[in-house]
Design a protein around this ligand. Structure first.
Ligand code: ADP
Length: 160
């Protein structure tokens, strides 16, 4: 049985993230989507609770996907949950260096924990949470960037 974890900030959850979640969930037995709760990073748009709710909403049709959050080292959380595989999405060459460094670091900390990379679907190649926030902040059209049911919450954040 393969239990995998897909960690990230998910601030907000994008269609690129959801695509990786769906594709990963088809290939593993259990997938934990894990929101990184970073104590030093208070510049997030959505609270961790909001992001957990959003992830639960958009993955409600995926029975082998659960949503959780963690603080501290991913390898420690993975060990606690008996996870063997880390899932990461790759958009472009620019993602590669930091992702590769992170994967090697995690493997040196926990040798049996393997990182599996899933290449983005071309339609989401340009999507990142920070771009989405920038577009939304200037009132641009975010249609197709985030799951439909999350659009109102995102637009609401920038109304204030
Ligand atoms: P972002 O980089 O957009 O702020 P996260 O830090 O939450 O997002 O990323 C979590 C994981 O999802 C990372 O492995 C990242 O490369 C991947 N990811 C983010 N956006 C996409 C996308 N559009 N297509 C594929 N993978 C993505």
């Amino acid at each position: 049985m393969i239990r995998a974890i897909y960690p990230g900030s998910f601030d907000p959850v994008s269609n690129g993230h959801l695509d990786i979640i769906r594709r990963a969930a088809e290939k593993v037995d259990e997938l934990i989507v894990a929101v990184l709760q970073n104590r030093n990073k208070n510049g997030s748009l959505f609270t961790v609770e909001e992001r957990l709710d959003q992830l639960r909403l958009v993955t409600r049709d995926l029975p082998n996907v659960t949503v959780d959050c963690f603080e501290g080292l991913l390898v420690d959380f993975a060990k606690q949950r008996d996870v063997q595989v880390i899932i990461r999405g790759l958009r472009a060459v620019t993602d590669f260096e930091s992702e590769f460094q992170m994967a090697l670091t995690n493997r040196s900390l926990s040798p049996h924990l393997e990182t599996f990379f899933i290449p983005t679907s071309v339609e989401y190649l340009y999507l990142s949470s920070s771009t989405i926030k920038e577009v939304a902040s200037f009132g641009g059209n975010i249609c197709g960037m985030v799951p439909k049911e999350l659009e109102p919450a995102l637009l609401e954040k920038f109304k204030k």
